[in-house]
Ligand binder design. Structure first.
Ligand code: C5J
Length: 222
């Protein structure tokens, strides 16, 4: 086992790249581009752009070093049978999950808006997890995929910090994974939620995980 030290708070963390995966959460057009789910909820989607370049640099490094890279997409079946009414019923009916939008039906699998943005598009062979919920472990094969590769540490990136990134980190923490969140590789429609979300992860001795940034992760990966 060859370990490398990643600078992070609350303290540096030693990782074995062979047992580390990058999990890229929901970098979908529906969240990052105008006309998608994020905008229908009243958000300024341009706030998420800041995370794209750091994520791209981290992805490229992870691929070069042979780390497992997993992508997730939040979305639902076309018949909405996997979408809880409590989730669908929010907001104006014409803008809800399943309603037609400029990028196809909002948050529906197979529609243009559900796809991952071109800058971070999965490479051949990288698993893509379609998830109906906020957390990437709920009702998905993610845990099994990670277990089959003996993954111990996750580098969790994506959007949004306090929703799907946070939920996934909490789920992962309960399943025994060590999570590193590079602060500039995730983003929120609410900058204050981003900041507080990161503080919550690393508080109390790292109660949910470690917070780092792309520069320190890249330096560790080499
Ligand atoms: C949200 C997500 N914000 N991917 N989803 O509804 O964070």
């Amino acid at each position: 086992m060859t370990t490398t030290l990643v600078g992070a708070e609350p303290e540096p963390i030693a990782i074995d790249p062979a047992r580390t995966a990058v999990v890229m959460i929901d970098m979908q057009r529906d969240f990052l581009e105008p006309g998608g789910f994020g905008e229908t909820l009243g958000n300024d989607v341009s706030l998420l752009n800041a995370a794209v370049a750091p994520c791209r640099a981290l992805l490229q490094s992870a691929r070069r070093q042979g780390l497992l890279v997993v992508h997730t997409r939040e979305g639902h079946r076309a018949d909405l049978s996997d979408a809880p009414p409590a989730k669908v019923e929010r907001g104006a009916p014409s803008l809800r999950i399943g309603a037609p939008g400029p990028m196809g039906r909002i948050l529906i699998r197979g529609e243009a808006g559900h796809d991952i943005i071109p800058a971070l598009y999965p490479a051949a062979g990288e698993p893509i997890i379609d998830k109906p919920g906020k957390g990437a472990f709920y009702a998905t094969e993610l845990h099994a995929i990670l277990q089959h590769r003996a993954i111990a540490t996750l580098i969790v990136c994506g959007v949004t910090t306090e929703v799907c990134v946070h939920t996934t980190v909490r789920e992962a923490n309960d399943r025994g994974y060590r999570c590193i969140v590079p602060s500039d590789c995730c983003a929120s429609y609410f900058p204050e939620f981003h900041e507080v979300g990161l503080r919550m992860i690393k508080a109390q001795g790292g109660i949910f995980g470690w917070v780092s940034d792309s520069a320190r992760v890249l330096a560790a990966l080499g």
